[in-house]
Design a protein around this ligand. Sequence first.
Ligand SMILES: Nc1ncnc2c1ncn2[C@@H]1O[C@H](COP(=O)(O)OP(=O)(O)OP(=O)(O)O)[C@@H](O)[C@H]1O
Ligand SMILES: [Mg+2]
Length: 304
Amino acid sequence: MTTTTPADAPAPGSGPAPGEVVLDASGVTMRFGGLTAVRNVNLDVHAGEIVGLIGPNGAGKTTFFNCLTGLYIPTEGTVRYKGTVLPHRSHLVTQAGIARTFQNIRLFANMTVLENVLVGRHTRTHEGLFSALIRGPRFRRAEQESEERAMELLRFTGLQDKREHLARNLPYGEQRKLEIARALASEPGLLLLDEPTAGMTAVETTATRELVLAVREQGTAVLVIEHDMRFIFNLCDRVAVLVQGEKLVEGTPETVQRDERVVAAYLGTPFEGEPGEAEAAEVQAAEEADTPGAQHGQQEGKTD
Ligand SMILES: Nc1ncnc2c1ncn2[C@@H]1O[C@H](COP(=O)(O)OP(=O)(O)OP(=O)(O)O)[C@@H](O)[C@H]1O
Ligand SMILES: [Mg+2]
């Protein structure tokens, strides 16, 4: 989809070129006994991109993430990160450069906010057990650097004032932010977010959108699963739609929103008319049906 023109070619040693393929999932299939949860899915993510992955409940989105991150070994297919086939071990995938958050938040509930982020850094610190036990100067310096980076990430996610709070005492929206901070602590080239705005207020959702854009600005590509279509279509450069384990459509938000198969399989009704018009009509019809004397055939105009 994204092309690399000669003008985009990197200067030697200048880091990833815009458009470099970061993630290349090819023919990924995941079967659980007789159930094929993911079927022959191909998906690329390029440097600098934010890609959305949508689909109805049970479509296979989380299973696909699990195949990308080494949690599951795909029945078929390969996953490459920057051209190298990934091992089927989640810590090695993190070490390679892919970090993720989970649909069901996975924080260390009884650790502080800062400690949770420090745990996320362990794949990027090189101090061994012996060094940790004797707590020599090298270890202390590494520890201090880790803490500085963790505080930077807490400022980045707006959690700096909560550093000493226990993770379990954070409001839900902040726990999701902390998951993102912890994932970023491994300095990933690709961040996978599984429903980052689930359960968030509108204000928190907007803040999460800003945060994801900032993550991209800092050079991390993003692949995000979400059910909130407004969030997805306002944020992503490209969107892929999974239905019953298969990729149905992929394209720009405009293309995907207009695709009749997507509308039929997932969105249900096209985004037409004033927002909330259909709901308002339904409520009105229900109220009229409830009104004494309005019981008999008063629901004019709503036959479908
Ligand atoms: N470990 C497993 N063993 C057996 N079946 C599984 C397993 N994990 C997922 N499934 C099944 O695979 C299918 C896809 O599930 P998955 O959780 O990937 O969907 P999803 O698109 O993430 O849905 P949601 O939007 O509800 O999170 C479902 O039918 C689910 O029951
Ligand atoms: Mg899921």
